[in-house]
Design a protein around this ligand. Structure first.
Ligand code: SAM
Length: 235
């Protein structure tokens, strides 16, 4: 399957195993991951955020309930919300989730904004788990037809495995998480060890989040709302 499908399948497999109830996809773009996730019955609250409101608006109607779901209501309670906003800014409505996903997003940020992203996601939103994917620079020589240094002209950086690991380990130290590093997109046989996966993925778990569900304490929830609600639907 195409690489973007493999990244989304990685998230779906995680959701099947860990059964998060509240999930946010940061940099949701065309909302394609959200469209898959809405079929997972454990999820009660599904949120997408992207800085590009136009891109979200073009695709968000695909998240409306199907007419069959109106005719035959299920016991599945689901609330879907989409916001225009930047991952470098805090919004209290995104605190206390079980899972935050950030698929091919951080490489579009400057390094100063990656630091803000880390503080917002791990320090402020404090989800139980976070999945971050980003290109693996070491894999680039294996990509056919890649003539520039990076895979996309909007990428501000592409990290080697060591660079990604050092960012991930610092996040863990700063904010109290542990991380498992993996990826999707295998190299041809014999080269996997040397170059790693095409997309590298970090799966973070908050230390001390024992039962897998999140608890928010009212007194530390400062009430900022910097995102704009674009769409909201209750199934
Ligand atoms: N996650 C989607 C996927 O896997 O198909 C889309 C990935 S696309 C390469 C990167 C997305 O990140 C774009 O939709 C872009 O608008 C969004 N983005 C870039 N900077 C952002 C920011 N500061 N805050 C939120 N979203 C951002």
């Amino acid at each position: 399957p195409a690489l973007y499908r493999q990244r989304h399948q990685f998230v779906i497999d995680f959701v099947k195993r860990n059964k998060p109830r509240k999930v946010v996809d940061l940099g949701c773009g065309e909302c394609s991951l959200l469209k898959w996730l809405r079929f997972h019955r454990e999820i009660e609250h599904l949120v997408g955020v992207d800085v590009n409101g136009t891109r979200v608006k073009k695709n968000m109607l695909g998240l409306a309930p199907l007419s069959a779901e109106y005719l035959q209501p299920s016991y599945h309670q689901l609330c879907v919300e989409l916001y225009q906003g930047s991952v470098t800014q805090k919004d209290a409505r995104l605190r206390g989730f079980d899972l935050v996903t950030s698929i091919e997003l951080i490489e579009h940020l400057t390094l100063a904004d990656v630091q803000r992203f880390s503080e917002v996601v791990f320090g402020y939103m404090t989800p139980v788990a976070v999945i971050v994917s980003t290109p693996n620079f070491e894999f680039n020589p294996l990509l056919p037809g890649l003539i520039s240094r990076f895979r996309h002209s909007d990428h501000k950086f592409e990290w080697t495995r060591a660079e990604f690991r050092s960012w991930a380990q610092k996040v863990c130290l700063d904010f109290g998480y542990e991380v498992e590093l993996t990826g999707v997109g295998q190299a041809p046989s014999g080269q996997q060890e040397r170059v790693g996966f095409c997309s590298q993925i970090g799966v973070f778990h908050r230390l001390g989040a024992k039962d897998g569900s999140n608890v928010l304490f009212a007194d530390d929830a400062d009430d900022v709302s910097s995102y704009t609600l674009l769409y909201s639907v209750n199934y």
